[in-house]
Write a protein that binds this ligand. Structure first.
Ligand code: OAD
Length: 241
C-alpha cells in the first residue's frame, strides 16, 4: 500500500479508468452483478442499434428512466477524490470513463474522456447535432433536433457500435504513457476499455485496481484493493486516508 501511495504521489502521468462501480455509491445501479441494470433482460433488447430501430419508444423509455435517476444522483467522494487528483497532476492526468451518467463532469473533472457517451445528451440521427435533454420533468422522448427537426437518439455508444476514434486514441495514449494507471469500479469485460489497464501494464506502468470483486485485470495489478471506490481512492490518494 505504501508503495502505491508513493508512486501515485510522485507520478507525473496518471491515467484513470472508471466504470459503473464508481457511481454505485451515488445510488446508480451497476450493469452486472446482483441488482445490476442488465439483470433480467438481455442487453441486445435495449442497448443496440437494432433494438432502437425495432422499438425506439421502448429504448427511449429506458433511457429516460435512467436519465431521471442520474439527475437525482450526486457525485460521491470517489468522484471528488478524482477531481483532487486531476488538480494535483494537471496536464499529466486523464480520466477515461465508461460511465454515461456525467457525474465526473458534474464533480469537476475536465481532463475527461466519456468513452461511451453521455445519457444526459441526445444526438440527431439525421445531422449529428448534439443537445442536452430538457429537465426530466419536462422531457417527453424522443427529442427533436433544434437544428434540423430530425429524430434524436441517446448520445451513447451501443453494443455493436464503434467508439469515437479520437476518444479511443486519446485514452490509449494516456494509458500507454502513464507512470501509474488506476482502474476503478469496472468489471473489465467490455472492450476496448477493458484493455486499457493491460496496455498500461505492458508499457511499464504501476497498475492499481479498486473493486470489491476480483476481475480479469486483478492478476495483472501491482495492487488490487478489494474495496469500494471511495475507500480505495482515499487509501491510495488522500494523505490522511
Ligand atoms: P459493470 O456493471 O460491468 O461492473 C461494475 C463493477 O463495479 C463490478 O466489477 C463491481 O464489482 C464493481 N463495484 C460495485 N460496487 C462498487 C463500489 N462501491 N466501488 C467500486 N466498485 C464497485 O460496469 P462497467 O464495468 O462500467 O456500456 O461496464 C462496462 C460497460 O458495460 C458500461 O459502460 C456499459 C455496459 O454495457 C455502455 O453503456 C456502452
Amino acid at each position: 500500500m505504501e508503495e502505491a501511495r508513493e508512486r501515485l504521489q510522485r507520478a507525473e502521468r496518471v491515467a484513470v479508468l472508471t466504470g459503473a462501480g464508481v457511481s454505485a455509491e451515488s445510488g446508480i445501479p451497476t450493469f452486472r452483478g446482483s441488482g445490476g441494470l442488465w439483470e433480467g433482460f438481455r442487453p441486445e433488447e435495449l442497448a443496440t442499434p437494432e433494438a432502437y430501430a425495432r422499438d425506439p419508444e421502448k429504448v427511449w423509455r429506458w433511457y429516460a428512466m435512467r436519465y431521471a435517476q442520474v439527475m437525482q444522483a450526486k457525485p460521491n467522494e470517489a468522484h471528488r477524490l478524482l477531481v483532487e487528483l486531476e488538480r494535483a497532476k494537471e496536464r499529466g492526468f486523464l480520466l477515461v470513463t465508461q460511465n454515461v451518467d456525467g457525474l465526473h463532469a458534474r464533480a469537476g473533472n475536465r481532463r475527461l474522456v466519456e468513452l461511451h457517451g453521455n445519457i444526459t445528451r441526445a444526438r440527431c440521427e439525421r445531422c449529428g447535432h448534439r443537445q442536452p435533454l430538457p429537465p426530466p420533468d419536462d422531457f417527453t422522448p424522443p427529442p427533436i433536433c433544434e437544428r434540423c427537426g430530425g429524430r434524436m437518439r441517446p448520445d451513447v455508444v451501443w453494443f455493436g457500435e464503434f467508439l469515437d476514434a479520437d476518444h479511443l486514441a486519446q485514452a490509449e495514449r494516456a494509458f500507454m504513457t502513464a507512470d501509474v494507471a488506476l482502474v476503478v469500479g469496472t468489471s473489465a469485460v467490455v472492450e476496448p476499455a477493458a484493455s486499457l489497464g493491460r496496455i498500461a501494464k505492458s508499457a511499464g506502468a504501476y497498475l492499481i485496481e479498486v473493486n470489491p470483486e476480483p476481475t480479469p485485470l486483478t492478476p495483472l495489478a501491482d495492487l488490487s484493493l478489494r474495496t469500494s471506490a471511495s475507500e480505495g481512492l482515499r487509501a491510495v490518494w488522500r494523505q490522511d486516508g
